[in-house]
Structures are given as structure tokens and as C-alpha cells.
Design a protein around this ligand. Structure first.
Ligand code: MN
Length: 207
């Protein structure tokens, strides 16, 4: 079963002015499509052909650089699009808000720490908010790695991620990664992040 590129869950211009139309067209239609195509080429005719993307992530370091890079690219971008919403922004509510406060003190401190992880990721990569052992943690990965991979320095379940490859922001923001990151908060779908948080938390059995 070959992997396919799903349509964006919103229109290309939906995230304007925070993420511009041309960036979305190229990012989804060219970059993400290329990860899907190259992943399919890398697994065609191999024992990995019928594995799920999640299975491939767990053993990414043992397969091949092509699967690690393009499989990661496919997983990360799919996750990223699902995180964004034109009606996003504001801040988390409910259990996730409580966890953010318990872990970081305030939402503002969380945003600073997350942006710092994104700013200090040298070159291309991603910053993540993950659930690890029932707790929130901020981490970052190089290239198209992610915290699901066996090779990740810090492993966990991602609930929020931001792409800091230049292709994610260069057309509008040029070298100003900090401005792109500040704009990103306006389009984060916190309901989606909260859903992922609930699913990632270990279940406590009643009685
Ligand atoms: Mn990207």
C-alpha cells in the first residue's frame, strides 16, 4: 500500500496573514508531496512496504536514511497541517491548560520555552511539545526526525509541533524565524492539541 498525500484540511489561503498562500501551496503541494513520493520509492519492494507510518517511525534508525527522512517528512507534515486552523489561536483550556500551568508556570512561559527550542534548533528541524511518562516536555529534533523515532534524543508522544525548516517561512519572513514563530500561535488549534493530550496520557484505572 503506497502512502498518499491527503488534501490540506483548509484552503491554501486560510491561514493568511500568518502563513501565506504561496508558502502553503509549495509546502504542501511540493515539499510534502516529495516526502510521500520518495517514501514510497524507498519502501517499494521491501519488507517495509506494508507497514504503517507509525511502525516505520519506531524503527526509523534501523531502516534506511531515505525512510527516516521521507517517512519522518510525511508523518511530521501530516501532523503539522492537522495542528493548524484559521480559527485557532488563544490558549489551551481544560486538563491541558492545567498541565501547562503545572509544568511551566504560565502559558506565556510555555510559549517562550517552546519558541526558544524552535529558535535554537540549528539549521532545519522541528520543535515539539510531547507527553513523556504522563508529563509535558518540550524538545526539538533535526531534519525530519520526530520524538516517535527510535533515534530521537527525547522520545515521547508529540501533541504540538512546529516546522522550522526555512521552506516553512522564508517567502514571507525571510530569515526572521522569530516572527514566523510569533505568528504561528495565531493558528494553533488548541482543541486538537488537547485531544492529542487526552489520548497520550496514561489511563488511570478506576478501582
Ligand atoms: Mn516542511
Amino acid at each position: 500500500m503506497a502512502f498518499t498525500l491527503a488534501p490540506l484540511p483548509f484552503a491554501h489561503d486560510a491561514l493568511e496573514p500568518h502563513i501565506d498562500t504561496t508558502t502553503m501551496q509549495i509546502h504542501h503541494g511540493k515539499h510534502h508531496q516529495a516526502y510521500v513520493d520518495n517514501l514510497n520509492k524507498a519502501i517499494a519492494g521491501t519488507e517495509h512496504e506494508n507497514k504503517s507510518l507509525e511502525e516505520l517511525m519506531k524503527s526509523a534508525g534501523k531502516i534506511s536514511p531515505a525512510v527516516r527522512n521521507n517517512g519522518g517528512g510525511h508523518w511530521n507534515h501530516t501532523f503539522f497541517w492537522e495542528t493548524l486552523d484559521e480559527n485557532g489561536g488563544s490558549m489551551p483550556a481544560g486538563d491541558l491548560a492545567k498541565a501547562v500551568h503545572d509544568t511551566f508556570g504560565t502559558f506565556e512561559v510555555f510559549k517562550e520555552k517552546f519558541a526558544n527550542a524552535a529558535m535554537t534548533r540549528f539549521g532545519s528541524g522541528w520543535a515539539w511539545l510531547i507527553v513523556k511518562d504522563g508529563k509535558l516536555e518540550i524538545t526539538s529534533t533535526p531534519n525530519q526526525d520526530n520524538p516517535l523515532m527510535d533515534v530521537a534524543e527525547v522520545k515521547g508522544t508529540p501533541i504540538l509541533g512546529v516546522d522550522v525548516w526555512e521552506h516553512a517561512y522564508y517567502l514571507k519572513y525571510q530569515n526572521r524565524r522569530a516572527e514566523y514563530l510569533a505568528a504561528f500561535w495565531n493558528v494553533v488549534d488548541w482543541k486538537k492539541v488537547a485531544d492529542r493530550y487526552e489520548k497520550a496520557m496514561p489511563k488511570v484505572k478506576a478501582n
